[in-house]
Write a protein that binds this ligand. Structure first.
Ligand SMILES: *Cc1c(COP(=O)(O)O)cnc(C)c1O
Length: 401
């Protein structure tokens, strides 16, 4: 039996973020151990046989069980408020595992058309296995209801969206899913459980790219699916055992330690992002700013209710001067990292139209609202005045031009 930590049953989220995991080993380590081992030794052949037959719970082989990965899974589940969690090699493989575990040929999926680009591609690829996906508006709940079919088994949402920070109503989508006998999965990458816990609004599964805020310092690629233990253990673990999109113990350890500071990072980064968004809104060279914490955000009230009153760390804006203007602002920065990753303590700056959304046609981009002047900033922990100055360097030139 894999023992549980000896924490009070009513321990709160901030406590669980630094304490939930596994009991410490006989050596009494205070920081969680990193178990770099591919397999585990059994006391005798009879015990090994029982463990391989799932008659006795124990660590067996790191493709599907490893103590460091288990610690990360238990801690993330505690934060999301789910009874189960499974770590995966990446955020994308978390979605792959979810679909392989829950769906079969002939099933139908309804998905927001504003989800992460590779997520759209992956759901399109499932068509060749007979799983069809209908893509609908991020914000128009009626479109989700209208897209439901008798064979719809999964609704997939990501909120807020990238880069426009459009919010979807998790509670409304959960009601539509459950009325049709389907499950709702939410990609909680942008808010993390520090700001938003989708199961509190009725979602069944929560998908994570651990690469982003969970690690929080841009070091590893990782992912996870959180949900009811029966579904995780009964439907996803068997797929992991045969398909092997396993999270490496080292990457799990980095994320595990990242979870300890997740809440204070998210709140501090979110606060800076809102301050930057307000400053951008007042800048004459900025046409429009997207951040859920702004009163001008179309789903401001919904976002505040769903996200613990925080807008999150990502702010996007449209600079005057189209693509040339956006490039001038990006190229004038000396602090922000020009990279497409997000969730780092280092602020990152991206031109979505030529990077993350570069594979779309210009018509598709226009329809998605991603114009050539748009810049996305994922705000880190630098001094906010330095970040404003970093963006002002390019923006002030646009105003003069
Ligand atoms: C990055 C990202 C993913 C994919 O995660 P990887 O860890 O890069 O595989 C999925 N969803 C969202 C919202 C993301 O930002």
């Amino acid at each position: 039996m894999i023992r549980k930590t000896d924490l009070p049953a009513d321990a709160r989220r901030d406590t669980l973020a630094v304490r939930e995991g596994l009991p410490r080993t006989e050596w009494g380590e205070n920081s969680e151990a990193l178990f770099i081992t591919s397999s585990f030794v059994h006391p005798d052949a009879e015990t090994a046989a029982r463990r391989f037959a799932n008659e006795e719970e124990a660590f067996v082989y790191s493709r599907f069980s490893n103590p460091t990965v288990t610690m990360m899974e238990r801690r993330l589940a505690a934060l999301e408020g789910t009874s189960g969690c499974i770590g995966t090699a990446s955020g994308m493989s978390a979605i792959l595992l979810l679909v392989l575990g829950l769906l079969k040929g002939g099933d139908h999926v309804v998905c927001s058309r504003s989800v992460f680009g590779s997520t759209i591609k992956l759901f399109q690829d499932f068509a060749k296995f007979g799983i069809e996906t209908t893509f609908v508006s991020q914000t128009e709940v009626a479109q989700w209801r209208d897209a439901m079919r008798p064979n719809t088994k999964l609704l997939f949402a990501e909120t807020p969206s990238n880069p426009l920070t459009e919010t979807c109503d998790i509670r409304a989508l959960a009601e539509i899913a459950h009325a049709g006998g389907a499950k709702l999965a939410v990609d909680n990458c942008f808010c993390t459980p520090a700001l938003q816990r989708p199961v509190e609004f009725g979602a069944d599964f929560v998908v994570h790219s651990g690469t982003k805020f969970l690690d929080g310092q841009g070091r590893v690629v990782a992912g996870a699916v959180c949900g009811p233990a029966e579904a995780i253990d009964g439907q996803l673990v068997p797929v992991m055992r045969s398909a092997g999109m396993a999270l490496s113990p080292f990457n799990a350890w980095v994320v595990l330690k990242g979870l300890e500071t997740l809440s204070i990072r998210l709140k501090a980064q979110s606060e800076r992002a809102l301050a930057l968004a307000r400053w951008l809104e007042a800048h004459p060279a900025v046409e429009r700013v997207y951040h859920p914490g702004l009163e001008s955000h179309p789903q401001h009230a919904l976002a505040m209710a769903q996200q613990d009153g925080c807008g999150g760390a990502v702010v996007s804006f449209i600079a005057r001067g189209e693509r040339a203007g956006a490039f001038a602002v990006i190229d004038a920065t000396r602090i922000c990292s020009i990279t497409s990753n997000l969730g780092d303590t280092k602020t990152t700056i991206t031109h979505p139209a030529s990077t993350s959304h570069g594979r779309l046609s210009e018509d598709q981009r226009q329809a998605a609202g991603i114009t050539q002047g748009m810049i996305r900033v994922a705000v880190g922990l630098e001094d906010i005045e330095d970040l404003k100055a970093d963006l002002a360097r390019g923006l002030d030139q646009l105003k003069l031009a």
